[in-house]
Each structure stands twice: as structure tokens, then as C-alpha cells.
Design a protein around this ligand. Structure first.
Ligand code: PLP
Length: 388
């Protein structure tokens, strides 16, 4: 019989970080605390409290595999992940029987998934996407080696449907894969699915696929009255939504939502993990599904309607206040993104703002306080007076 080695298991509990390293962490904490106050330019909600979930950080959990097929690795949160997907199914106009999805590490992965399915279904399809599309999409297209054509967009950031129609008309022998935005990154513009489908119908292209990038607005549109057509009920084949944006989370996350029949065309069983290999990553975060589940349960539809309503109030306030001080701010309908001419350097240095060309924007998320908005507008007023 084998005898056990005589030394004990390493004791990690008593290990203490040295003083210098501890100081580094303290400094980081300080830095993030002050940056949070001036972060108004990116769509990441800072207002959340996941303290009740901290205890799950002690487990080496991993959600590898298809959340709906079961897996040999049972230290997972697949049951919570499934509930998250089913909640999003309800919010995106698809029956739970017809839908499949999983929790991703962000909007980019969900877009990659949609474009991957589209390419598997129509291997020689062409992807049409507007010039206002998120920068990650051209990278995904290069990665997947998919033919693609960039479509012009109007000054609000919405796709130019005439340019779309013209491009599809020239390539009528190839199935179109339309990449639509429900909330563009810079201006929050929405590419309307009814207009896109009209184009597809006029050009007689029954073999078509529509993916919707709803990274940010996917958690806004379900909670406004009469949103423009954007989801499965309006003809989408797949939708990507980020979890760390409108909902807010310390760990980037999102959901890839697809019509189940599309996913079934690519699924492949893998014996080693005893699961269907339907996701892009192998090992997957098991904490983020828990966070999304928690936030969805905590707020419920009514809570999110209030949070979204609060965002619209703040956006309207900022837009109006900026115009009153002579800054030409504007907003797309159904958007909490306030767009204005790129402010002077002093403002860009102090505030964490996103700029693109000659425009910049602030995003009136629930985590941006009224005081913060006021301070920003005061700063803007001082700077405009200086340059006037
Ligand atoms: C943020 C964003 C993305 C990328 O999402 P990540 O969660 O950062 O990967 C894609 N599209 C749009 C419109 C976005 O706003």
C-alpha cells in the first residue's frame, strides 16, 4: 500500500501579502473610486451591489458547455444561466421553446456568435453593416473571413436603407446577412427591422439573415413604450446584448440569443466534457450568469422600467441644459446618449468621455448622479465662456 507523504497540505489561509503590494492595491482602489465619479462617456452602469454573491467567489465554478444540454463538470450555474436566457427571451419577443442562448463575456462575443451562425447557414453570404457599427465587427468579419459591404449611414447614425437596397440589388445572387444596430455606439441610433425587411422583400431574397447588435439598447427598448422594430418578433435571427452596460456588472458579460433552429445546425457533441459544444469559448464564467440572474430578479421588469425612465429624465435634462449654455447637444429617439461637439481638451482630460471625430457623448445611465451631471454642465459652461 502506498503511504502518504508526511508533510501537510500547503496552508494558504495564513499567507499574507507584503506591505508594498498591499499599498499597490490600496492605491488602485483610490484611483478607481475617483475615476468612477467622472466616468460619464461609456455605457457602463456603475450602480450595482452584488455583495450577496461574494460568497460564491470561493468556488472554482465553470460553465463550460451548452447551458441547456447538461455537462459532466457539475460545478456550474447552468440552471441560473438558463433562467437568464429565458428572461431575455421574453424581453426580446421570442417564445422559450424557439429560443436558445448563453451568457457571453460581452457584446462582441454575441455579435461574433450571430455572424458565425449566419455564415454557417449561408456560407457564401455577404454581411451588410453600417459605417456606424461598433469597431469590433470589422475584426469579427476578418476573423471569420466573411464577405462584407459597409453601408452608409445618415447624420443621426441610422443605416441608409437606400444604400442597403442598392448594395443588395447588385448582389442578388448571394444571400444577404444584415447586421443591424439597436443603439449605435456613438449616437444610439436604431436600424429599423421593418425598413430592412421591406428592402429584403422588394429584392426577393428569401434566403436572408438578420443579426441585431443591441449591446446597449437591448436593456432599454423592452422598457419603453412603442419602441421601433428591433427584436425576434420583428424578424431578427439573433441578438447580442451586453450585461455590464445598462444592467451594470464588475465583470464584463452579455447574452447571445438565437433562434434555436439556427443553433441546431452547428451543434456538435463532445465526449470529453459530456456537453454540446455550442458556445465559442470552452471554459466560461459561472459568476456572471449569477450576477445577471440576481440583477434581473432584484429589479424585475418594473424596477428596470424605473431605471430606464430615470436615465431618460437625466438624458433630457443634460441635453436641455447643454443647449441652454450654447452647446448644440442632441439625442436620437429612444436613446439616453447625449451627443455634442467634441469639447475642449480640459474637459476631455477631466471627464472620462468618448470622442469620435468631431463629436463626443455622455451616457445618462442610472449610475450617473444628478450632481455629476450638474458639475459637468458647469464645467462646460466655464469652458464655453472662455472660448466665446
Ligand atoms: C459596447 C458595444 C459593443 C461591444 O460590446 P462589449 O460588451 O464591449 O464586447 C458592440 N456593439 C455596440 C453597439 C456597443 O455599444
Amino acid at each position: 500500500m502506498t503511504t502518504r507523504p508526511a508533510f501537510p497540505d500547503p496552508v494558504t489561509d495564513s499567507a499574507v501579502l507584503d506591505e508594498q503590494s498591499t499599498a499597490r492595491l490600496d492605491a488602485l482602489y483610490e484611483r478607481l473610486t475617483s475615476l468612477r465619479k467622472v466616468s460619464i462617456g461609456y455605457p457602463c452602469n456603475h450602480r450595482f451591489d452584488f455583495a450577496p454573491l461574494y460568497r460564491f467567489m470561493e468556488f472554482a465554478v465553470n460553465n463550460l458547455g451548452d447551458p441547456f444540454s447538461g455537462s459532466n463538470f457539475r460545478m456550474n450555474t447552468h440552471d441560473f444561466e438558463r433562467e437568464v436566457i429565458m428572461t431575455f427571451a421574453r424581453l426580446t419577443g421570442i417564445g422559450s421553446e424557439d429560443c436558445w442562448g448563453y451568457v457571453t463575456n460581452g457584446g462582441t462575443e454575441g455579435n461574433m456568435y450571430g455572424l458565425y451562425l449566419a455564415r454557417e447557414i449561408y456560407p457564401d453570404g455577404i454581411v451588410y453593416f453600417s459605417e456606424d457599427t461598433h469597431y469590433s465587427v470589422s475584426k469579427i468579419l476578418r476573423l471569420q473571413h466573411t464577405r462584407n459591404i459597409m453601408i452608409r449611414s445618415g447624420h443621426t447614425g441610422e443605416m441608409d436603407y437606400r444604400d442597403l437596397e442598392e448594395s443588395i440589388r447588385i448582389h442578388r445572387d448571394v444571400p444577404p446577412i444584415v447586421f443591424a444596430n439597436a443603439g449605435t455606439t456613438m449616437t444610439g441610433a436604431i436600424d429599423r427591422l421593418d425598413r430592412i425587411r421591406e428592402v429584403l422583400e422588394r429584392q426577393c431574397t428569401p434566403n436572408a439573415y438578420i443579426h441585431v447588435d443591441a449591446a446597449f439598447s437591448g436593456m432599454i427598448l423592452p422598457f419603453v413604450d412603442d419602441p421601433p422594430p428591433w427584436h425576434f418578433g420583428d424578424g431578427a435571427d439573433s441578438i447580442s446584448i451586453s450585461g455590464h452596460k445598462m444592467i451594470g456588472s464588475p465583470l464584463p458579460c452579455g447574452v447571445a440569443m438565437v433562434r434555436k433552429t439556427h443553433m441546431e445546425r452547428i451543434s456538435r457533441s463532445v465526449e470529453y466534457v459530456g456537453a454540446l459544444d455550442t458556445t465559442i469559448s470552452g471554459s466560461r464564467n459561472a459568476i456572471t450568469p449569477l450576477m445577471l440572474w440576481y440583477a434581473l430578479r432584484l429589479h424585475g421588469d418594473d424596477g428596470f422600467r424605473d431605471l430606464v425612465g430615470e436615465s431618460f429624465q437625466k438624458a433630457a435634462y443634460a441635453e436641455k441644459a447643454l443647449n441652454e449654455i450654447g452647446v448644440k447637444a442632441w439625442r436620437n429617439p429612444y436613446s439616453v446618449t447625449v451627443v455634442f461637439p467634441r469639447p475642449p481638451k480640459a474637459i476631455m482630460d477631466k471627464w472620462v468621455l468618448a470622442g469620435s471625430g468631431d463629436i463626443a457623448h455622455l451616457i445618462a445611465l442610472p449610475g450617473v448622479s444628478w450632481d455629476t451631471l450638474e458639475e459637468f454642465i458647469d464645467d462646460m459652461q466655464r469652458e464655453t465662456e472662455k472660448t466665446a
